[in-house]
Design a protein around this ligand. Sequence first.
Ligand SMILES: Cc1ncc(COP(=O)(O)O)c(C=O)c1O
Length: 363
Amino acid sequence: MPRVVVDAVIDHINLEARIGGYGAASEKAEMLDAVYNSVATLLGAKENEIALVENATVAWCQAFYALPLKKGDRVLTCQAEYAANYVAYLQRVKRDGIVIEVIPNDAKGAIDVAALEKMLAKPAALISITWVPTNGGLVNPAAEVGKLAQKHGVLYLLDACQAVGQMVVDVREIGCDFLSATSRKFLRGPRGIGFLYIRKALIHTMEPVVLDHFAAAWVETNRYELRHDARRFENWENAYALRAGLGAALTYAQEIGLDNIQKRSWELAQSLREQLNTIVGARVHDAGGQHCAIVSFSIEGVNPQAMVAALRAQNIIIGTSGIESTRLDYQARSLPDMMRSAPHYFNTQNEIEQMVAALKAQI
Ligand SMILES: Cc1ncc(COP(=O)(O)O)c(C=O)c1O
């Protein structure tokens, strides 16, 4: 997190400690409310199409579980689908009898748009894909999928958790009906807060699975009235300090410019890929024709967890990826456990070189 983000969170907590949580929320109401507009601007949406929730998974689940899917309804997803989403599909297979169908990949390993078009010859209830998956540097063709969804009148849920903050995102251009994302990844905001976009025309058609008196006012003893905006997917109590942090992260990212962020982080990642290829036994496991700022790699004979720990001791922060996050992709490509580096715009070429040197020194 940038310093301004950390300060925004801490300042709000300090204010809560001084004047109480309700007082702090009321004193900072304007700033906290402006976060909806900042998220909407980031996504090319309208303020009333945004719900702020606990994380990307909750955002995604709020949309998915509110869909009245029934026995035999086809849900078309992708091979790189994120585990949390797939587990939710499986639950609704068990509970509601929906049918999961996986869109095949093209020769490069991204969603095969032509294959999707063929699948849409039969009615489908939902297209639900991950734009940028946990591993593989893949950027799925979200906007092309959106065109097909619109052409065939099929609802389209997009997991943009790893795309938001590293790339330019425009929900109207993509043509999705729902988009979920988080503060904690490329946006450099705090953990524990995420957001959901719902296209305005759909809001009144969807009743959230869980309701409270914020999502729906208790207007008579035996009657409630749902909110008319996307906030019907929220509830009353919120982490306002995290919301303040998200707001600061959004302002910070916009000041740099999402196009600048995308260009710079993707260039650094490309440079990392090239340098990794100079390490004997190293393999970069990219998928798709376009590669983002997530670099997944393995090195023969190297245990990823041990390497991550060794690098952390030198203040070089990378992570690991395993089958538990993207099972279908791991199985289809017979992937090993991998290391994962996600250089961001604030990194330098020198740091990329240091990381590669540190890897070489450890093997
Ligand atoms: C593609 C993708 N979608 C969704 C999520 C879930 O995000 P969160 O854990 O913040 O809810 C992740 C997290 O790694 C992810 O990689």
